[in-house]
Design a protein around this ligand. Sequence first.
Ligand code: PEP
Ligand code: MN
Length: 355
Amino acid sequence: MANSRLISKRPLIIAGPCGAETERQVMDTCSRLAATGRVDALRAGIWKPRTSPGSFEGVGEQGLEWLAEARRMTGLPVAVEVATPQHVEKALAHDVDILWLGARTTVSPFAVQDIADCLKGDKRIVVLVKNPMNPDLGAWSGAVARLGAVLPEGNIGLIHRGFSYYGETKYRNAPMWHLVFEMRSRFPQMTMLCDPSHIAGRRELLREVAQTAADMCFDGLMIESHTSPDEALSDAAQQIMPAELDGLLSSLRWRPGSVSDPGFGKELQRLRSEIDQIDSQLLELMSRRMSVAERIGELKLEKDVAILQSSRWNEIVRRAVERGKLLGLSEVFMRAVLEAIHAESIARQDSIMNK
Ligand code: PEP
Ligand code: MN
């Protein structure tokens, strides 16, 4: 019998500290979270995979005793992160209900396989798989497949925690929501949670990320909470007190994915067919553009001229960004679209000139 009931509630809320630090902190946080009545499961990191050595690496096995106590006290299931078969064995021995694979583990096929081997045939445990650090859906799907080979499918879920990237941006980890949609279409039945804490990285941004997740039909959240966030030994900037989490959760709107209002349905249908027509025009235009690019490739081949003329390309981008602004299209969007078109044009010309 699959244990999917543990993660089948909607919205499903898993909350708790980034890391278990002391028995008192775990008990206080968990009892306050349970008292909100809004939390379905408790989380705490016991073994913390840290980017730099010398950071807080978790309290280890003793934290499992504290979590087992929190489980008895609140009646809520508990979740911990595992990265090795030893972690798995210890967690199972302490009746942990839900395991999760962190971003630094999902990225490693050896680690995931070791964990899968250790879980083989377990019908009770639920495993949530965070996305890998880098935007690699292959690694994420691969991890799910390795676990899917040994566990009932209903006992596996996904957590979107954003992707790391280089450079300054608003969030700690880029949400790249479009990649998550792709993952959802690969695993349509699988519970998909969002972890706004690790995406936002700062508590002021938690609400907006959580609401976006709700609006994108995620099945719930995994979110960090600490009784004294500023003193937290890990991820201090992104944790909030249980009472603040209560407020945040109560302010979120989980709108239904559809309604049975015939007027709404008709209007939605009309707008969608308008979109479909525009998309088909866009496709035809792009296909025409590529044919012209190929003709240019033939011309360049005839005259033996190089493919890329950066001054011409810079001019195209400059003009499109300017015109895009007048049409209400952002520069980021224009650049992304043009880069995709340019890459395809170059590939086409390259195949003509170097066949
Ligand atoms: C965590 O959940 O505390 C954690 C380490 O997350 P991630 O693997 O997403 O970085
Ligand atoms: Mn954390």
